[in-house]
Design a protein around this ligand. Structure first.
Ligand code: NDP
Length: 298
């Protein structure tokens, strides 16, 4: 872990790229050990159409699988594919023993009902953790597949060596893919959790009480230094592209790093962790499919 630039009291940087590399090395060794038992984890990624950002995400997921030795299959199908055809592909993947994880890259073309498609993925292969069954499992503290981005947030806090137990955690944002699941995971780790959103009153004051502050808003530099408690852990999930092309998070990084105890950068923070946790969930799925115990650590 390195020190953020600035004054002598600057925060420790939680380096998502380094943690991700470390986790991938460990997973590589685990995949080798599984292969010795005749188990090869497999991930299927389905891409409908050619959304440029999605094409890049899918390529990166395939590359990461190769890096750790996971068998990956990309199903690139045309934008005109009907919902019935897509559902039939999902059914085929649900029944393919070589596939342990199924990921449908979002967004889908408008003529396809996203919810019907995600609900069709077998909950035992739902490595994104978006199926209502897995959302429920997370809510009751028995997560099989914790959603990847929030799961990455928890792993980063753990890698920083910070205990979540008994801490005040404030999550800004209540989306189904980040805010709500990260709040449930922090609760599972025995933090005292407050979820805030666009209708929250006195947001600044609420944030200033946070020992752990997670920003998942989607607004560039929204969290300012006066919202950060001195010494707090600040996790920035946001990814925002400015007019000049620069990528920034939801946290006004440099001034907040002067106040926080730990902080994640953008890029190089939560971003790299998302794919890493997808690999983690896929390996766990392969273990379960072969009757092995697979803990999530939550
Ligand atoms: P959503 O747009 O779904 O949710 C944003 C949340 O922020 C909402 O709950 C909204 O409140 C809240 N919000 C908006 N404005 C305010 C405000 N002024 N004060 C307080 N709360 C506010 O976004 P996501 O959760 O999908 O994503 C959040 C960010 O994380 C984005 O920048 C996204 O790009 C990034 N992201 C990064 C990932 C990664 O891999 N690193 C993965 C996923 C997302 P309300 O509900 O009241 O509208």
């Amino acid at each position: 872990m390195t020190q953020a630039t600035g004054s002598g009291t600057a925060a420790q940087i939680i380096d998502g790229k380094a943690i991700s590399t470390q986790m991938k090395e460990a997973m590589k060794a685990e995949v080798v050990a599984l292969e010795a038992k005749g188990i090869k984890p497999g991930l299927a990624v389905v891409l409908v159409g050619e959304n440029p950002a999605s094409v890049v995400y899918v390529r990166n997921k395939g590359k990461a699988c190769t890096e750790v030795g996971i068998h990956s299959v990309e199903h690139k199908i045309p934008a005109e594919t009907t919902e019935a055809q897509l559902l039939s592909l999902i059914d085929q993947l649900n029944n393919d023993p070589k596939i342990n994880g199924i990921l449908v890259q979002l967004p889908l073309p408008k003529h396809i009902n996203e919810k019907r498609v995600l609900d069709a993925i077998s909950p035992t292969k739902d490595v994104d953790g978006f199926h209502p069954f897995n959302v429920g499992k997370l809510a009751v503290g028995e997560a099989l597949f914790p959603p990847c981005t929030p799961f990455g947030v928890i792993k980063m806090i753990e890698h920083a060596g910070v205990s979540m137990e008994g801490k005040n955690a404030v999550v800004v944002g209540r989306s189904n893919i980040v805010g709500k699941p990260v709040a449930l995971m922090l609760l599972q780790k025995n933090a005292t959790v407050t979820i805030t959103h666009s209708k929250t009153k006195n947001l600044k004051e609420v944030c200033r009480e946070a020992d752990i502050l997670v920003a998942a808003i989607g607004k560039a530099n929204f969290v300012t230094a006066d919202m950060v408690k001195p010494g707090a852990v600040v996790i920035d999930v946001g990814i925002n592209r400015l007019d000049d092309g620069k990528l920034v998070g939801d946290v006004d990084y440099a001034p907040c790093a002067e106040v926080a105890g730990w902080i994640t950068p953008v890029p190089g923070g939560v971003g790299p962790m998302t794919i890493t946790m997808l690999l983690y969930n896929t390996i766990n799925s392969a273990k379960r499919a072969n009757g092995m115990v697979a803990e999530t650590g939550l």
